[in-house]
Structures are given as structure tokens and as C-alpha cells.
Design a protein around this ligand. Structure first.
Ligand code: IPM
Ligand code: MG
Length: 346
């Protein structure tokens, strides 16, 4: 099975390298092909998502993605910036459903920014819509009537986009504790009013699921106050971006959380939710566990290798239990040593 490896920028190549070592240990069914993406691709080929990279992503059964983002590229025209690579892949491949599980490994209760007894209750999945919202609306710079500069980005969702991600939310809740919380800003935004109306309409198909609604500001507060109340959260692209970073810190470290971005046929792109961390790139300080756990999601959701996925997740837990900690978790292990710790547990 062909896997596209897109390491990208910053710490991306380091965390992908450890993940490939782990994958090679649990299965010999994978064939890897690597292509440049992000700032690295811009520097090598003049575009953050070169045609050959997109082609590889389309041919592959699944995509394992590191991170994109490079301060050298921050002043480029927007369509050439590294971030456009991941946005382009999500759009071109129709990867609309982003699953971001936030679970606290019990060994890490003291690494959370929250009190251990609050953090210990975290066990949720954030389902973030990825193909719409203010991310993909018309945007630009213009002048006001008085000649002042003005930036704008149009937010919109149509009902079909909301209904399909709502269904992913309900189905995910059905496979868990049966609770779905839809997060919006319906008290202010028309986009959110439609979102809420459509989620309620779709809920008729899922009478067994307990549906609630929360404004995004309140959700941000509740995530810190009592994260254990959430089972599945479904939300739009922008709110999901923000809340999933927040949830990661509640769960210990942003270096721990994996994600899956799926199309309608379980083809997926798998990536850690953290970014390229240019400040620590190349120093061996990055935590590879979010990427290793993303690979486990890949085995489970796109490749039908659930037993191998379980083995990887158990090995991560065992390594943590033995005290393996990279600097983000308060330890001193290098990226490679953390990879070694997972391999040892396998
Ligand atoms: C994420 C990232 C991306 C996003 C960036 C790199 C474009 O923050 O995957 O959460 O905003 O979606
Ligand atoms: Mg983000």
C-alpha cells in the first residue's frame, strides 16, 4: 500500500523519520514515497504544493504529513506561502472531516496546564470541518472610501457542507459515549445560525444521540473549566482550529495530539496538530509522539490495520509509563531517543 510521506518544514522531517521507523516495525505492507511540501517545496521548486507532490498525494492510499510553516516565507504572496500546501491538499482531495482526538495519557496528568483531577477526565474528539468557512471564502485587501487599507475574508457555509460534517459528528458520537456538542456563534453570525439549524435538522436521523449547542466563547471557557463534559464536539473550520489547539494543551502537550483528515471514502491525510516549530527545528527537541499516534490513526482508518494501530498506541503508553519524556513533557529525551523508547516498547 502506497503511503505518501510529506515531511515539510521545521520539525516535520524529524518527527516523520521516527514515525517511519515505528511503522516499519509493525508492518511490512507499506511502501513509502516522499515528496517536498510547504516552504521546503517552495525553496526547491518555487511552489508550496508542486504538481508532482499533489499527484503523489492523489495516487497514495494515505498521506502522512509532517508540518508546514517557515518564517522565511511569511512575506511571500499568500498563494506561495507554505500553509497553502496543507489547505490545497485538504481542498483538492476533498478532505473535509478533521478528527482531532484529545485524550490524556494518565502518565501525563502532571504535564497538563490543568489540575490533574480536571485534566484526567479529558476524553473527547473534536470534529472540525476543513473545506469551508472563512478559510476558503473570498478574501483580499481593499481601500475604504477614505483611502484607508482594509482586509476582508468572507465567512460562509452552505447547508450541504454543514450536513455532511454534522453526520460525521453524530456517527462519531454513536461509536463513543453518544453525546455531541455543536459549537457555533449563532448569537452573532448568520453562518452559525444556518449551521445550528442544519445540525438540528440532521439530528432527526440520530435520535439516539444527545445533542447540545454551545457558543464558541463559552466552549473555550468550558474546555478549561470542565473538559470531561465533552464527548464529541463538531464545529467549523476556524473555531475548530482554535479549540483543538486549546484542547491539546489541556491534554498535556501539543506535542501529543494526532489528527486525521478524511474524505467521503476514508482516504485520509494524517498529521500531528502541532506546527513546524521553527524555533526548535533541527535540534532533536521535537516530540514525535503526535506523528506516531497519527500513523496509528492512519493504520486504523485508511488501511484496515487496526491491530497494528493498537500496538503502536499501547507502545506509546508503555514508553510514557517508563518515564520517556521529551522537553515539551518536562523531560530531556531527544526526538530519536523518544522514537527508540517506542520501538523498545514494541
Ligand atoms: C492546523 C494548522 C493549519 C490550519 C495552518 C498551518 C494552515 O493550524 O492544521 O490546525 O489553520 O488549519
Ligand atoms: Mg491549527
Amino acid at each position: 500500500m502506497l503511503i505518501a510521506l510529506l515531511p515539510g518544514d521545521g520539525i516535520g522531517p524529524e518527527v516523520i523519520a521516527e514515525t517511519v521507523r515505528v511503522l516499519d516495525r509493525v508492518t511490512d505492507k507499506l511502501v513509502f514515497e516522499t515528496a517536498p511540501v510547504g516552504g521546503a517545496a517552495y525553496k526547491a521548486e518555487g511552489h508550496p504544493l508542486p504538481p508532482a507532490t499533489l499527484d503523489l498525494a492523489k495516487r497514495a492510499r494515505a498521506i502522512l504529513f509532517g508540518a508546514v510553516g517557515d518564517p522565511d516565507c511569511d512575506r511571500l504572496e499568500r498563494h506561495l506561502r507554505p500553509e497553502q500546501a496543507i489547505l490545497g491538499l485538504r481542498k483538492e482531495l476533498g478532505l473535509f472531516a478533521n478528527l482531532r482526538p484529545a485524550t490524556l495519557f494518565k502518565e501525563l496528568a502532571d504535564a497538563s496546564a490543568l489540575r490533574p483531577e480536571v485534566a484526567g477526565a479529558i476524553d473527547m474528539v473534536i470534529i472540525r470541518e476543513l473545506n469551508g468557512d472563512v478559510y476558503f471564502g473570498e478574501k483580499g485587501m481593499r481601500k475604504t472610501a477614505s483611502g484607508r487599507r482594509e482586509g476582508y475574508d468572507i465567512m460562509s457555509y452552505n447547508e450541504d457542507e454543514v450536513a455532511r460534517i454534522a453526520r460525521v459528528g453524530f456517527e462519531t458520537a454513536r461509536a463513543r459515549r453518544g453525546k455531541l456538542c455543536s459549537v457555533d456563534k449563532a448569537n452573532v453570525l448568520e453562518t452559525s445560525q444556518l449551521w445550528r439549524d442544519v445540525v438540528i435538522e440532521v439530528s432527526a436521523e440520530f435520535p439516539d444521540i444527545e445533542l447540545s449547542h454551545m457558543y464558541v466563547d463559552n466552549a473555550a471557557m468550558q474546555l478549561v473549566r470542565n473538559p470531561g463534559q465533552f464527548d464529541v464536539i463538531v464545529t467549523g473550520n476556524l473555531f475548530g482550529d482554535i479549540l483543538s489547539d486549546q484542547a491539546s494543551m489541556c491534554a498535556g502537550s501539543i506535542g501529543m495530539l494526532p489528527s486525521a483528515s478524511l474524505d467521503a471514502n476514508q482516504k485520509g491525510l494524517y498529521e500531528p496538530i502541532h506546527g513546524s516549530a521553527p524555533d526548535i527545528a533541527g535540534q532533536g527537541k521535537a516530540n514525535p509522539l503526535a506523528t506516531i499516534l497519527s500513523a496509528a490513526m492512519m493504520l486504523r482508518y485508511s488501511l484496515g490495520l487496526a491491530a497494528e494501530a493498537d500496538r503502536i498506541e499501547a507502545a506509546v503508553g508503555a514508553a510514557l509509563e517508563k518515564g520517556a519524556r521529551t522537553p515539551d513533557l518536562g523531560g530531556t529525551l531527544t526526538t530519536v531517543q523518544m522514537g527508540d523508547a517506542v520501538l523498545a516498547a514494541l
